[in-house]
Design a protein around this ligand. Structure first.
Ligand SMILES: C[S@@+](CC[C@H](N)C(=O)[O-])C[C@H]1O[C@@H](n2cnc3c(N)ncnc32)[C@H](O)[C@@H]1O
Length: 208
């Protein structure tokens, strides 16, 4: 990417378009990606683990969901097809990523810069392959901006590579007053299930 970061706001690298094809639950997805956005040539392996291992929403899911750091939109596209009655906010700082996500996703997806998401919206689910490479203080600020916007019984599903500090991030999330369970561990990636601490969700309640 010619020395540019994938989180550059206005990428200068040429807009060479590629199809990215992948399958989730026997459903094929064909998306358009382009230079200047994260993992433009193939579905990122971490995103793939998240989409294969975390419990995806379904036709019964309603409310507002967030794809935090949507890139060209693979997570938002899967969420929107699985949960047509939900509204999915696909948020990124990279303008080209947002344009591609707009092209790729369905009518129930709102692509937006972070500041353009109305403050009043709370999220029943947050899905993210977060931008670890922006640096620890920026990543922490990002999570502290969005995790508090979970609804009281909402859940965030995060995928993080073990070798990029997944375990210390899990501890940090817990120190901020959330519960962060290691839900799955696959191919060097951790999936964390994050909830507002003190919230007894349906499954937790059954165990108490
Ligand atoms: C690891 S990539 C994942 C992209 C996409 N979800 C995927 O799976 O291919 C993280 C994304 O977060 C975006 N990002 C970086 N800083 C951000 C911020 N402050 N707010 C929202 N998104 C951000 C990057 O531009 C990048 O697209």
């Amino acid at each position: 990417m010619s020395g540019e970061h994938y989180f550059t706001a206005e990428p200068a690298v040429a807009t060479v378009r590629h199809d990215v094809v992948f399958t989730v639950d026997d459903q094929e997805f064909r998306l358009v990606a382009a230079g200047g956005v994260f993992s433009a040539s193939r579905l990122d392996p971490g995103t793939s683990v998240l989409l294969q291992r975390a419990p995806l929403p379904d036709g019964a899911t309603t409310g507002d969901l967030l794809d935090l750091g949507c890139g060209y939109g693979p997570i938002a596209t899967v969420l929107s097809r699985r949960a047509p009655d939900a509204t999915i906010y696909a948020v990124d700082v990279n303008q080209r990523a947002l344009e591609l996500a707009e092209e790729n996703t369905g009518p129930n997806v709102i692509t937006a810069l972070p500041d353009d998401v109305p403050e009043t919206v709370g999220f029943a689910q947050i899905w993210s392959n977060p931008p670890i490479r922006i640096g620890k203080p920026e990543l922490h600020a990002l999570l502290l901006r969005w995790l508090p916007r979970l609804t009281p019984d909402g859940t965030a599903w995060l995928v993080v590579a073990k070798n990029l500090g997944a375990d210390s991030l899990q501890r940090w999330i817990e120190e901020q007053g959330f519960s962060a369970e290691r839900y799955a561990n696959h191919k060097g990636f951790r999936i964390f299930k994050v909830r507002k601490a003190g919230d007894a969700g349906p499954n937790d309640a059954q165990n108490s």
